[in-house]
Design a protein around this ligand. Structure first.
Ligand SMILES: C[C@](O)(CO)[C@H](O)COP(=O)(O)OP(=O)(O)OC[C@H]1O[C@@H](n2ccc(N)nc2=O)[C@H](O)[C@@H]1O
Ligand SMILES: Nc1ncnc2c1ncn2[C@@H]1O[C@H](COP(=O)(O)OP(=O)(O)OP(=O)(O)O)[C@@H](O)[C@H]1O
Length: 284
């Protein structure tokens, strides 16, 4: 039997860091939502007890370093599954972009294998398993829009933001999440974005207030390492995006746009500076 799962990309509408914890992770407050740029996973049961990953993308690991492999191994070990699986990853989400591509593949693998092997695992339990693989994986298991706290694994589902266009631009640089958190001096942050104001903006359905309350404390760290990300933000603003922010630890910058008439002008303007530009909708 073959099954299919979609693994969408996430964006962080708000990312605040409260403090560095003793375990090396940071205590965060994030508001995350999904967009309709997605990897597609095909999973097929194997009679041999092995996990095989393939992908059309030449630039990701296909061995145990792949997060989908790790997710399959985790669920197999934890639930004593003696069967194997062949997973094909059709990658569309740019890698190491701040869009949680690998985390979403891991989450889709957990959801998919739960179905394929009829394990009957609850969504909460899939999230707990996911947290062993990465801080973004639990959110990618549930999708929707959520307030994420702890190191990102504690989730409270909230209403979806008002529908709009999302323009994603990924500059050709690689950013390591560990590196960005490592360079952040959480105790010295002078300004924090307000999760409370963003939650109010979302619950009142005000697109203007959502744009006004976008904020990400990791942005300054990445901008200092890679000034071209700031340049991209400025271009996106100048071309008329209603709200602009870097997603996660970057380097992808997203622009929120309410009027369809503006979208192609912004897209065409960005393409002059950046090869990887995507126009998507929020997944609501
Ligand atoms: C930047 C975000 O993507 C925003 O959604 C997440 O906070 C990071 O999520 P992720 O990539 O799933 O992160 P993980 O794979 O769990 O951790 C990668 C590295 O980032 C740092 N890290 C991550 C999450 C967190 N709350 N504090 C941290 O300091 C740690 O150094 C960790 O070793
Ligand atoms: N299935 C996968 N897809 C993409 N990258 C993967 C995958 N499995 C492992 N990786 C590795 O994980 C690293 C981070 O890739 P990923 O695309 O998940 O980053 P990201 O978008 O910055 O994630 P996040 O927003 O969660 O920090 C890359 O170095 C990549 O080689």
């Amino acid at each position: 039997m073959k099954i299919y799962e979609k693994a969408p990309a996430k964006i962080n509408l708000l990312l605040d860091v409260l403090r560095k914890r003793d375990d090396g992770f940071h205590e965060v407050e994030m508001i995350m939502t999904m967009v309709d740029l997605a990897d597609r996973l095909e999973m097929e049961e194997l009679h041999s007890d092995s996990i095989i990953i393939s992908s059309q993308a030449g630039y990701i690991p296909l061995d145990e370093k792949n997060l989908a492999f790790q997710a399959a191994r985790l669920i197999k070990d934890r639930y004593n599954v003696r069967k194997g699986v062949y997973i094909h990853l059709d990658k569309n989400i740019p890698v190491a972009a701040g869009l949680a591509g690998g985390s979403s593949d891991a989450a889709a693998t957990l959801r998919g294998l739960n179905r394929l092997w009829e394990l009957g695992i609850s969504e909460d339990e899939l999230c707990t398993l996911g947290a062993e693989l990465g801080s973004d994986v639990p959110f990618c298991v549930t999708g929707g829009t959520a307030l994420a706290t702890g190191r990102g694994e504690k989730l409270e589902r909230i209403a979806n933001p008002p529908q709009c266009w999302v323009i994603l631009a990924k500059p050709p640089i690689n950013v390591s999440t560990a590196d960005v958190y490592g360079k952040l001096r959480a105790s010295e942050l002078k300004r924090h974005p307000s999760a409370k104001d963003m939650l109010e903006a979302i619950s009142s359905g005000s697109f203007a207030d959502v744009c006004a309350n976008l904020g990400n404390v990791l942005e300054n760290v990445t901008l200092q390492l890679h000034p071209e990300v700031l340049q991209l933000k400025e271009i996106m603003q100048r071309l008329g995006s209603d709200g602009v922010l870097m997603s996660g630890s970057g380097p992808t910058v997203f622009g929120l746009v309410s009027k369809e008439a503006k979208v192609s002008r912004i897209y065409n303007g960005l393409r002059g500076f950046c090869k990887e530009v995507y126009v998507v909708r929020m997944l609501t």
